[in-house]
Ligand binder design. Structure first.
Ligand code: SF4
Ligand code: SF4
Length: 367
């Protein structure tokens, strides 16, 4: 028996398969000519706004038509788009991070009919070169559980007014806009960003805290150490030192009984000058230039007005190839407020000097 066991073939261990939930390989969505000539382009140009023309060292040419979409799309809209690509394109399209769709074709003759079909179906063609991009926005009420506004709604209202700047290439440089529906701002940096701004500390429902929240996690979450464990009406709960609270809303996601969203006191703020790219200058962080704007659905007119003021002051005064942050750097903050007509207060354009001392840098519970 022992001998039989010794002779039994050893089964090779099956390697555990990685559980991948990341994005799929993007090359499968590229136009075959894009895949074939990847990294091997001789030059590219833009025959008109919304169209890119790539010429490869191999002699291949590819025209890419870029159109805006509404990002959160129903299945019928996606089918409509696919039908257009099947009929007028070459069965390949891809989405960009700013919710644009790019459709590649191998002959110039296909560009005109494709543009016509897209525009007829309500997809504006543009977004290339020095234009205003489609606005990147966070999930809003449809997907996330903590928003204080509907990012996609604010985007629709704003883009209705800025669509002409998407279709033209008349800005000094490209302009990226974003909207975020809470202060966590998962939308990232942008030239102009609209971000929720809570102005009152959270209201705590002490009856629910012990059942719903993991209190140490909530305490550790606060960036300014304003939350402490407390016993309220004989129940374990939490309390907030309101003098310290900066109304960031970070305690609300792990503890919904600490409600911070408020129809009156949750406002919107505008931040400017952020960028992720390394082109011409280093990436930059945004700074707040307008605050306390009403969170006013369904059209958010006060927000639109401020964004347009900043955008058109930049359009008029920015030099060729200056990003919005470069423009501000050149003219200085006092002239930025002068030119945009915005009111400066000491709470704006914080440069985070002193953050080391006044922000919470430890996960210890404080009593
Ligand atoms: S910005 Fe905030 S509320 Fe909006 S999707 Fe991101 S995390 Fe959710
Ligand atoms: S996490 Fe933010 S909102 Fe909550 S208590 Fe701390 S500072 Fe205030």
């Amino acid at each position: 028996m022992a001998q039989a066991e010794a002779q039994a073939p050893v089964k090779p261990a099956t390697p555990r398969r990685a559980v991948e939930s990341g994005v799929p390989d993007n090359t499968q969505f590229l136009h075959p000519l894009m895949r074939k000539n990847y990294g091997n382009w001789k030059y590219h140009d833009r025959p008109r706004p919304g169209v890119l023309h790539h010429v490869a060292h191999s002699g291949d040419q590819l025209w890419t038509v870029k159109a805006g979409t509404q990002r959160q799309m129903d299945v019928w809209t996606i089918r409509k788009l696919c039908d257009i690509v099947d009929q007028f394109g070459e069965r390949h399209m891809r989405f960009t991070i700013r919710s644009n769709v790019e459709i590649g074709v191998s002959t110039f003759e296909k560009v005109g009919p494709l543009i016509e079909a897209l525009e007829k179906a309500g997809f504006p063609v543009g977004g290339t070169g020095n234009s205003v991009s489609m606005i990147a926005h966070t999930q809003g009420w449809l997907h996330c559980d903590i928003p204080g506004t509907d990012a996609s709604g604010a985007v629709k209202a704003l883009m209705d007014e800025l669509i002409v700047e998407f279709k033209r290439e008349e800005m000094p440089n490209r302009v990226h806009l974003s909207t975020s529906c809470c202060e966590i701002n998962c939308g990232g940096q942008a030239d102009i960003a609209i971000i929720v701004q809570h102005t009152k500390p959270p209201k705590i429902n002490h009856d629910l805290v012990a059942n719903v929240c993991e209190r140490p996690a909530v305490v550790a979450r606060c960036p300014v150490a304003a939350i402490r464990p407390a016993l309220v009406n004989g129940k374990p709960s939490l309390e907030v030192d309101e003098a310290k609270c900066v109304c960031c809303g970070a305690c609300y996601p792990p503890c919904p009984p600490m409600q911070i969203n408020d129809p009156e006191y949750s406002k919107l703020a505008i931040w400017v000058g952020g960028k992720n790219s390394n082109a011409r200058g280093k990436p930059t962080f945004m700074k707040m230039v307008a605050s306390g704007l009403p969170n006013n659905p369904p059209r958010w007119p006060e927000v639109t007005e401020v964004v347009k003021r900043i955008l058109y002051a930049y359009k008029e005064d920015g030099r060729s190839w200056e990003r919005l942050s470069d423009w501000i750097e050149r003219i200085g903050w006092p002239r930025f407020f002068e030119k945009t007509g915005l009111t400066f207060t000491k709470y704006l354009i914080d440069d985070w000097r002193g953050a080391r001392a006044n922000l919470n840098a430890s996960a210890h519970i404080r009593f």
